[in-house]
Design a protein around this ligand. Structure first.
Ligand SMILES: NC(=O)c1ccc[n+]([C@@H]2O[C@H](COP(=O)([O-])OP(=O)(O)OC[C@H]3O[C@@H](n4cnc5c(N)ncnc54)[C@H](OP(=O)(O)O)[C@@H]3O)[C@@H](O)[C@H]2O)c1
Length: 344
């Protein structure tokens, strides 16, 4: 007899749609690999409505409705006018997947979504880094006390194994420090400026190519990078920081002449995210940094990301994500789902 696992999704934007697409294609494989039949029984959004069906939603139709009409099919009687917390409770799902937009100020309302899911004894997967940057320890403690799983691989470098790399493949190692290029929008903008474009032209090009938001402040002021840095120090280095504790400098004051000077000196400017220990305390920083053109970090171009982790026993380990698309985000959520099913 197949065992069934019901999912409730909060958020159905780029990541939610891509994950559902992948799940639809791989559902049979998941059953073969894990013995579980997976159904999405509820989806909450901010403006497209809420969708609940205990039999399981027709994912292909839901994706097509949203892509064609920008909302769920209003003729469907299972479209409801519920607020997100009520939908999480009503769904009676086994797993809640948090895919709502990042709120850098406090990680809300996503933290509340996760707490509500825990209160209903649901496992949680989040791609939203807000809760990991603002409340990782508290949420993980709550999950452990209730014997629930709380997974978050997608929050840094999409599906590239970062947290799993350390947890499962570097047993016994203590992370002493890390440094990485983790924000693809700023990496792309700096690269455009290296080609001679002004800062404003580079932002416009990033927006035209879909890498930058209409309001790019979160990226160019270093906030997105600070949230990722916080997630890394909190999980890998046992810290309890928030994005406000990160020494943060964005790229908004970099001028073409700075980039030209760097190139003339055989260097490049990269927005570095770092975590380190000093006198028993953990610190995080985000700042534009000069690197030699021959350095591995200088070769991380366009929307690629890289993270170097220095440990006590294994020294420095480096992992690179080359030119990710939305599929790599979907894979992060899908891989967390497989991890979760394998640990049930
Ligand atoms: N896209 C990526 O490549 C990527 C990679 C790694 C991590 N992430 C993270 O994954 C999350 C989702 O990303 P995305 O690209 O899918 O974002 P997105 O396209 O902006 O979609 C966000 C979704 O969240 C919904 N939402 C916002 N507030 C909500 C609330 N209070 N209750 C219910 N739904 C709510 C929105 O509803 P409406 O549709 O009605 O607006 C939308 O469906 C973000 O936290 C992001 O940082 C994304």
């Amino acid at each position: 007899m197949k065992k069934r696992i019901n999912l409730c999704l909060v958020g159905f934007g780029n990541a939610g749609k891509a994950f559902c697409q992948m799940l639809n294609e791989k559902n049979h494989e998941v059953e073969l690999m894990t013995g579980y039949e997976i159904k999405v029984v509820a989806i909450a959004t901010r403006s497209k409505g809420c969708h609940i069906d205990n039999e399981g939603l027709d994912l292909a139709k839901v994706i097509s409705d949203v892509e064609k009409n920008g909302k769920f099919d209003e003729k469907n009687p299972k479209i409801m006018n519920l607020d997100t917390l009520s939908l999480i409770k009503e769904s009676k799902a086994d797993v809640m997947i948090e895919l709502s937009a990042l709120s850098i100020e406090d990680g809300q309302p996503a933290i509340g979504h996760i707490e509500t899911a825990f209160s209903q004894n649901m496992h949680v997967i989040t791609a939203n880094k807000g809760p990991i940057a603002w409340a990782y320890k508290r949420l993980m403690k709550e999950a452990n006390e209730k014997n629930l799983q709380f997974l978050y691989e997608t929050t840094v470098m999409d599906g590239t194994p970062i947290f799993n790399l350390v947890k499962y493949t570097l047993p016994g190692c203590r992370v002493e420090s890390f440094k990485g290029i983790l924000n693809s929008t700023t990496n792309f903008i700096i690269e455009e400026m290296e080609k001679g474009n002004s800062y404003d032209e580079a932002i416009k090009e990033a927006q035209r190519r879909g890498f930058a938001e209409a309001n790019p402040e979160l990226d160019v002021e270093g906030w997105d990078a600070a949230a990722k840095t916080t997630a890394l120090v909190n999980v890998l280095m046992d810290a309890e920081l928030t994005p406000l504790d990160i020494q943060r400098e964005g790229i908004e004051n970099i001028e073409v002449k700075d980039i030209e000077k760097a190139l003339k000196d055989n260097k490049k400017i990269k927005l570095f995210c770092e975590g380190y220990r000093e006198n028993g305390k953990v610190y995080g920083s985000v700042k534009p940094t000069l690197v030699d053109k021959s350095d591995l970090f200088a070769t991380v171009d366009a929307t690629s990301s890289v993270l170097s982790i220095t440990t006590d026993l294994m020294g420095e380990v480096v992992i690179l994500e080359r030119n990710p698309e939305i599929q790599q985000t979907a894979y992060g959520i899908y891989s967390d789902l497989l991890t979760l099913l394998n640990h049930l």
